[in-house]
Design a protein around this ligand. Structure first.
Ligand code: COA
Length: 192
């Protein structure tokens, strides 16, 4: 079945849609609120869901969070793709390995992607990444990095563990492998 989705940017106007999606999914990972890649990160100890929510809300109010939300035909928010310049999303995983192979920072990063647990496997993440790349293009484009998981030659992975998405998703948009930064995680790059 082909589903039709629309996308909107996360902003003060769409905050309630985003918050509703996160709350319907137990805060996402028990209260992450998509803050891990932002400047605050998680730090050395877990922070409360309320602290993460407040931090995310502040980013949205200040315009330092970029995220594309995906909606179904009824206007229900089903998922997102986070993106931004490296200064906005400094806390990617495997930072030491990443830095060791780095020649030049990208212009943009794709951060976490998420689809509501009941709506997976229906193209929501694809719509979210497509929307994020459109937004990046509209903002001038440049080199875009994603940090997805390898799923080929590996035991089948539940979507739940693919925080930054599977490689195949980015291949569909022309991303190619740049270098490996963990056993199953790659830096992929595309020029947009
Ligand atoms: C990973 C995730 C975003 C995929 O979302 P989705 O909406 O189900 O993905 P889509 O239906 O758009 O799939 C697009 C492509 O990705 C690939 N893909 C999706 N899920 C996959 C999986 N579990 N294993 C391998 N490839 C997968 C496929 O190539 C698919 O293309 P196809 O439909 O042509 O086969 C989803 O499983 C998810 O949200 N997981 C939880 C991640 C999370 O917790 N994020 C927040 C972290 S703070």
């Amino acid at each position: 079945m082909t589903e039709t989705y629309t996308t909107r940017a996360l902003s003060p106007e769409t905050w309630d849609d985003f918050a509703g999606l996160v709350e319907a999914n137990n805060g996402v990972w028990g209260g992450c609120w998509c803050i891990g890649l932002h400047v605050e990160g998680f730090g050395e100890k877990p922070h409360s869901a309320q602290r993460n929510r407040d931090a995310k809300r502040a980013h949205v109010e200040e315009g330092t969070a970029h995220q594309i939300l995906v909606y179904d035909a009824d206007g229900t928010c089903l998922g997102w793709c986070q993106y931004g310049p490296p200064a906005e999303l400094p806390n990617i995983k495997n930072p030491a390995k990443y830095a060791a192979g780095l020649s030049e920072l990208p212009d943009w990063r794709i951060g976490c992607i998420f689809t509501s647990s009941k709506h997976r496997g229906r193209g929501v993440a694809r719509a979210a990444v497509s929307g994020a790349l459109d937004a990046i293009r509209a903002a001038g484009g440049g080199v875009v990095e994603a940090y997805p998981e390898q799923t080929v030659d590996r035991a089948e992975q539940r979507g739940a563990y693919l925080h930054t998405g599977p490689e195949e998703l980015y291949e569909q948009f022309g991303f190619v492998r740049d270098r490996k930064i963990a056993k199953w995680r790659w830096v992929m790059r595309a020029e947009i």
